[in-house]
Design a protein around this ligand. Structure first.
Ligand code: DQA
Length: 147
């Protein structure tokens, strides 16, 4: 079964509790349950990783590079400035979908720039938790198409 890794950056462990008017009221564990259900339907095995530490995310991306079929990543604040994360993503040869719960382009100016967007396959933002489900569907289409 193809493995899809779902990576969340800093502060996303507190989804549901953190600025709910911006990021929604659904907890990460509820989002995980929904993703597990979808993954089962699509025939994916999924793994989750959240870290507040840039280096942990870089290590996980490197480790996954020859092992997983696709990656979904919400780099959170690192989206806007982490060249280390961008470089780690750039070395992968698998499809990568960048997800943001909020519409980063409708928020403060410093959120309008994503340094990771140019090295991913596509980006979904502003659709809340559904963005992760849509990313899984997109990966399914891409991975199947490549078979
Ligand atoms: C976020 C948007 C980022 O600007 C912010 O720093 C986050 C979450 C989102 O999912 O909307 O932590 O990536």
């Amino acid at each position: 079964m193809p493995v899809v890794l779902i990576v969340n950056g800093p502060n996303l462990n507190l989804v549901g509790e953190r600025e709910p008017e911006v990021y929604g009221r659904i907890s990460w564990s509820a989002i995980e349950a929904r993703l597990n259900e979808e993954a089962q339907k699509l025939g994916f095995e999924i793994e989750f990783l959240q870290s507040n530490h840039e280096g942990v995310l870089v290590d996980a991306i490197q480790e996954a590079r020859h092992r997983v079929a696709g990656l979904i990543i919400n780099p959170a604040a690192l989206t806007h400035y982490s060249i280390a994360l961008r470089d780690a993503l750039a070395l992968l040869e698998i499809p990568i979908i960048e997800v943001h719960l909020s519409n980063i382009y409708a928020r403060e100016g410093f959120r309008h720039r994503s340094v990771t967007a140019p090295v991913v396959t596509g980006q979904i933002c502003g659709l809340g938790a559904s963005g992760y489900v849509l990313a899984l569907l997109a990966l399914h289409t891409i991975i199947r198409g490549e078979e």
